[in-house]
Ligand binder design. Structure first.
Ligand SMILES: [Zn+2]
Length: 367
């Protein structure tokens, strides 16, 4: 079912692409044949390939086809200048950064660029630059099943859903925070400053449910961490086995266990500085809903919990916010812009912090 929709989406893209190519061909003789034109002349030319620039580009374009086009242009221009670390960071994250724009063509382009680079002698790569968030590549071998799982992650909607009213409204709610839209359930303490301006989420994979790879969870953590950086802090992710010297680091331990009998998938313990994920809850959810993309659910949960470490204890009343919940015991419901109605069988909450999540966080951290 899902794949049928998925395929028809790409077929449609392909036929549109054929039209574009034909037009370009027809125009060619009157232009300057053979002249390599800069595809995006307004864009600044950077001498180096930086994964974070690629990410920023991807996150700034909502339209799937435009995003794919720009991604291919970006890779064509900067790809050959990429260091191993940068192309590795792009390779591990491209699926999440591009979402449905991570087409086979993009995937193949990144893979080829990656294959042409040699890994550095050390397996742990931490950028020494102080002006940007360190890019930490997952160490160890990368098995293809894990990569495939990550690649599937952002395909959160099929074509029908994407074209529906709910989806476009949801998209704009994610991207934009209108005045008066920041509202809480008042179920927790007042917002505070983030625990530390620089936090390292130290991930231990031990105890994770079967079928969930370390790379996939690492990637999910990285997405959440860098998305919350928009609030002003610096959130980075490391594997526990790569952490040799923990002195001077503000650590949040990310772990899998059912010691606390959470009942939910995730729990942020601010006092203990632990982010605990429940293998039991994860497995139960899988049993209850075989069609659900659990890596998306995990992304949402992790983004939510990382948000609590940014200083926000209570939950958002706006359904789409990653820090929201949908209804309380009294039957009160979260709200959607313009009295929008929650679509059935669809996770309305964002996978990453929304404009309102970030704005609220910035307000909490501004004085
Ligand atoms: Zn929460």
């Amino acid at each position: 079912m899902f794949f049928t929709h998925h395929n028809s989406f790409f077929l449609k893209n392909r036929s549109q692409m054929a039209v574009v190519l034909l037009l370009a061909f027809a125009l060619l003789p009157s232009g300057a044949p053979g002249q390599a034109k800069n595809p995006v002349p307004e864009e600044k030319v950077y001498p180096l390939c930086k994964a974070e620039d690629f990410r920023a580009m991807a996150y700034s374009i909502n339209d799937v086809q435009a995003r794919e086009k720009r991604a291919l242009e970006w890779l064509g221009r900067y790809g050959k200048d990429c260091s191993y670390n940068e192309i590795e960071a792009i390779r591990s994250n491209v699926a999440v950064w591009l979402g449905t724009a991570d087409t086979d063509k993009v995937h193949q382009t990144v893979k080829e660029l990656h294959l042409n680079k040699k890994p550095p002698p050390s397996t742990l790569e931490v950028s020494k630059s102080t002006t940007t968030a360190p890019v930490i590549a997952p160490s160890g071998s990368i098995d293809t099943t894990a990569t495939k799982k990550v690649k599937r992650l952002p395909n959160k909607v099929d074509e029908k859903t994407a074209a529906s009213k709910e989806y476009s409204l949801r998209d704009s709610e994610i991207a934009q925070c209108l005045p008066n839209e920041i509202a809480n359930w008042n179920d927790g303490a007042k917002d505070t400053k983030m625990l530390s301006p620089s936090m390292v989420y130290v991930y231990e994979h031990q105890g994770a449910p079967a079928g969930v790879s370390e790379d996939a969870v690492f990637s999910v953590l990285q997405q959440a961490a860098s998305a919350w950086d928009q609030c002003g802090g610096q959130n980075t992710v490391m594997l526990k086995r790569d952490l040799f010297d923990a002195k001077g680091i503000f650590k949040i331990a990310v772990q899998w266990n059912d010691d606390d009998k959470l009942g939910t998938i995730g729990l942020a313990n601010i006092t203990k500085k632990t982010l605990t994920l429940s293998p039991e809850a994860f497995v139960n959810l899988k049993k209850a809903n075989a069609n659900r993309n659990l890596m998306e659910t995990l992304q949402m949960v992790v983004s939510h919990e990382v948000g609590h470490f940014q200083g926000m204890t209570s939950h958002s009343r706006r359904c789409v916010d990653v820090l929201s919940y949908y209804s309380n015991d009294a039957g009160e419901k979260c709200f959607i812009r313009d009295n929008g109605v929650m679509p059935k069988n669809f996770e309305y909450r964002s996978l990453l912090p929304t404009a309102c999540d970030i704005q609220r966080c910035r307000m909490a951290n501004s004085n």
